[in-house]
Design a protein around this ligand. Structure first.
Ligand code: SF4
Length: 238
């Protein structure tokens, strides 16, 4: 990020003061339309986007935590080949699941996933619930994963906020300060911005946009469809 300089803009200071409670309607509309249009053209074709099975979506979301997509894809297929259903996963041994997980790392995840499978069988008869409070009551499912399951498996307009989404929304709508210190506002934003009935595409688009355009180290501001509404916009002036 050292090589990047933020463009100073009057837009930034003016809108920052208003906070996220009152996003101008025109900016909201432009953001939604441009993001969905961009996604229609450049969105990635990923295996977990070809299913609405909550179990498979849960597996993909846990695997994607702190792990690159290209490392997850082969393991996703292998894992589901070995444990095709939640029941299969619950009936296997936690150590076997950890071995199958190798070499994805961050090894608490296979144990958590196995625990979620067992708890879901015990409490919900094997059907992953769709309500936020029920998902959040399962040990190992946090607010992001609950939102991802609700929007990607159950087609609900549920907000998500991971590192990528946080960065995108913070740069475009807040502009200053540390995104991590604005988490509450960013959760509000991620909910308010979803176009009604389009939570699935909108959330997938946000994640792709953060991974492909508004990246942490080399954001593509010059060609970014958001640059006229973004409160950050980096210029590479070495
Ligand atoms: S202009 Fe686009 S790529 Fe650059 S910071 Fe803003 S949203 Fe990100």
């Amino acid at each position: 990020m050292a090589a990047l300089k933020k463009s100073k803009s009057k837009r930034a200071s003016g809108n920052q003061a208003k906070g996220v409670q009152c996003i101008p309607k025109t900016k909201k509309g432009k953001f939604q339309n441009r993001l969905l249009k961009w996604y229609g053209e450049f969105g990635r074709d990923l295996p977990w986007r070809r299913t609405s099975d909550p179990y498979k979506i849960l597996v993909s979301e846990v695997m994607l935590q702190q792990t690159q997509v290209d490392r997850v894809i082969p393991k996703f297929h292998e894992f589901l080949g070995k444990y095709p259903t939640l029941q299969d996963l619950a009936e296997s041994s936690p150590d076997d699941v950890r071995k199958t997980w190798y070499p994805l790392g961050y090894n608490i995840r296979p144990y958590r996933l196995h625990g979620i499978a067992c708890e879901t069988i015990e409490r919900y008869g094997g059907a992953i619930p769709s309500k936020a409070e029920e998902l959040l009551s399962l040990k190992g499912i946090g607010r992001y994963t609950a939102g991802a399951i609700r929007s990607f498996a159950f087609n609900e307009d549920a907000p998500i906020l991971d590192t990528n989404v946080m960065r995108v929304l913070h740069r475009i709508f807040i502009g200053k300060g540390d995104p991590k210190k604005n988490k509450t506002d960013l959760w509000v934003l991620s909910e308010k911005l979803i176009p009604r009935g389009k939570g699935y595409d909108f959330n997938q688009a946000l994640m792709d946009f953060g991974a492909m355009v508004c990246t942490a180290r080399k954001p593509l501001c010059l060609v970014c469809p958001m640059k006229s509404i973004c409160l950050t916009v980096f210029s590479d002036e070495k």
